[in-house]
Design a protein around this ligand. Structure first.
Ligand code: TXA
Ligand code: MG
Length: 314
């Protein structure tokens, strides 16, 4: 940890664990360090970064006019997988927000991450993968993308496995740009207000019109072609890795059965994507989610649907 803190303080880039996925950390106040993050990832410069803080008060160094609703959400869900979009202070670096008037903030629910950020100061933290590919959920994934020598704070496997919910609270109705482990219903319950989902097709977003620039890019995709399974289709093709969650019984060489454990599917999804590439599968087919399983505690399903659809290029 000591060594890695020094790297950040001297303007370097270090991957760190969170409860969602690994992030690519750099000093949020150092423009050269933030530039290095974009370069390492190969990330388009119009896609803004999330600033990670180690305490709720840290948000006030970046956001101005924090509405009461945002404070309620921080109280309810921080530390945790909820990123809040707030109006930024003028001194927040333009490169962090890609020139937007708003800034994305989150406090991760991960002891090692919080200890690290307490020592480094606030960190920008896009997912620590090459731009466009699946996010990393282990230190080994990060090293697969950036090389064995890349500095990673190893916190083991991430507990959730899908990126945080991104919620815009700069104007009402509040909008979820990216679904995550914290659902619209949970947010609504705290605020007693409707929260809407923005789950657009790529075609609805242009460089100028997109409220959350990340939405218009391809994301989360392995080299294998991802698609939704056709109704009634079975695991016939040996070149396809099949991911089932209701059908089937035991797992086979090319099929994995989650038996209703959506939390496990979320936690392992990106690892399955990455392993499929290593094992030489050219295709991945995922069983679609029935509408009715979205309630009843399966709050991760909208996020799963979103990531799989995006990986499929839909
Ligand atoms: O769980 C997570 O959020 C992980 C971990 C490492 O914290 N981080 C992560 O960062 O997923 P990234 O950069 O891969 O995704 C950030 C998303 C992008 O879709 C980006 O466009 C959006 O947040 N975003 C960032 N700042 C924004 C802003 N000011 N307005 C709208 N969207 C913003
Ligand atoms: Mg990402």
């Amino acid at each position: 940890m000591e060594e890695l803190v020094k790297i950040i303080k001297s303007g370097g880039v270090v991957a760190f664990p969170t409860e969602t996925v690994y992030g690519l950390g750099a000093d949020a106040w150092n423009p050269d360090a933030v530039t290095a993050v974009f370069n390492v990832k190969g990330r388009p410069s119009d896609n803004p970064l999330i600033v990670h803080v180690a305490e709720k008060n840290g948000a006030y160094d970046f956001a101005t006019a924090v509405p009461e609703d945002a404070e309620r959400l921080m109280e309810a869900f921080w530390p945790g997988p909820l990123t809040l979009i707030l109006i930024k202070k003028p001194e927040v670096l333009d490169i962090v927000t890609a020139g937007l008037p708003s800034v994305a903030l989150r406090m991760p629910n991960h002891g090692l991450a919080l200890e690290f950020i307490r020592r480094t100061g606030p960190l920008v933290g896009p997912s620590a993968n090459r731009s466009g590919g699946p996010s990393p959920t282990t230190a080994a994934h990060v090293k697969d993308d950036f090389g064995a020598g890349f500095p990673v704070l190893d916190g083991g496997a991430c507990g959730i496995g899908l990126e945080s919910t991104v919620l815009d609270v700069t104007r009402e109705p509040y909008t979820i740009y990216r679904p995550g482990a914290i659902s619209a219903d949970e947010i609504s319950a705290v605020l007693r207000k409707d929260v809407r989902h923005l789950l657009p097709g790529k075609e609805n977003f242009t460089a100028v019109a997109s409220p959350s620039p990340g939405l218009k890019y391809t994301h989360y995709a392995p080299a294998a072609a991802v698609r939704w399974l056709d109704p009634g289709e079975s695991a016939r093709d040996p070149e396809t890795l099949y991911l089932f969650h209701t059908h089937g019984s035991g797992s086979t060489k090319n099929s994995i059965h989650y038996r209703g454990d959506y939390t496990a599917l979320a936690r392992e999804l990106y690892d399955r994507f990455r392993q499929a590439d290593k094992q030489g599968f050219t295709k991945i087919a995922v069983e679609p989610f029935p509408e009715q399983v979205q309630s009843g505690g399966n709050t991760i399903i909208p996020a799963l649907k979103n990531r799989i659809s995006k990986a499929a290029g839909l």
